[in-house]
Design a protein around this ligand. Structure first.
Ligand code: SF4
Ligand code: SF4
Length: 174
């Protein structure tokens, strides 16, 4: 990747561990409840209250890539070992984009063509002078994923355009 800039201002970054970054996995376009190991096809999730409808088209920050439980019966043993449940407010449960969440459709992604880019939410390094964006994969993802166009964005499609020379244009608008 090109030389990454040191950002001196802007939203406070997370480190890759804090953001729970997950690298790309072959043939997985995005994160959905449909490909989460904690989902049950009766439209629910084992870590949320059983009465909450959780559709396969949704996703939350606890996503664990894998095969869903096959049935309520198959999930029963796991649920017996659970103590408490998370709420949709704390898990960040949302309706996901059609093919799921990934860096490539995240508002913080600054594409560099090809398979990756820089993340303007997750820092690979935080120094006294500022922070350096993490390099992320197009099909990677993390719990900080957002569809929201924030004050840093200047691209019409709601994302960032990667241009190291033109980086200044991404400075926060005040
Ligand atoms: S709500 Fe979260 S933990 Fe539950 S199935 Fe969906 S992505 Fe997985
Ligand atoms: S681009 Fe979005 S999903 Fe990817 S690491 Fe950054 S915040 Fe997370």
């Amino acid at each position: 990747m090109k030389n990454l800039p040191v950002i001196k201002d802007g939203p406070p970054p997370s480190g890759p561990g804090e953001a729970l970054y997950v690298a790309a996995v072959p043939h997985v376009e995005g994160r959905l409840c449909l490909n989460c190991a904690l989902w049950v096809p009766t439209q629910r999730c084992v870590i949320h209250d059983a009465s909450l409808e959780v559709r396969g088209s949704m996703v939350c920050g606890y996503h664990v890539l894998g095969s869903p439980f096959e049935s309520d019966e198959a999930a029963a043993d796991f649920e017996q070992r659970m103590v408490g449940r998370v709420t949709p407010e704390t898990s960040g449960l949302i309706e996901a984009p059609p093919t799921g969440t990934r860096c490539g459709n995240c508002a913080y992604f600054a594409a560099e063509g090809g398979k990756g880019g820089a993340c303007l939410r997750v820092a690979q390094e935080i120094t006294k002078k500022g922070w350096i964006p993490a390099e992320v994969e197009l099909y990677g993802c993390c719990a900080q994923w957002s569809s929201t166009v924030n004050e840093w964005s200047s691209a019409d499609d709601g994302g960032f355009a990667w241009d190291a020379e033109g980086w200044d244009e991404f400075a926060p608008k005040r």
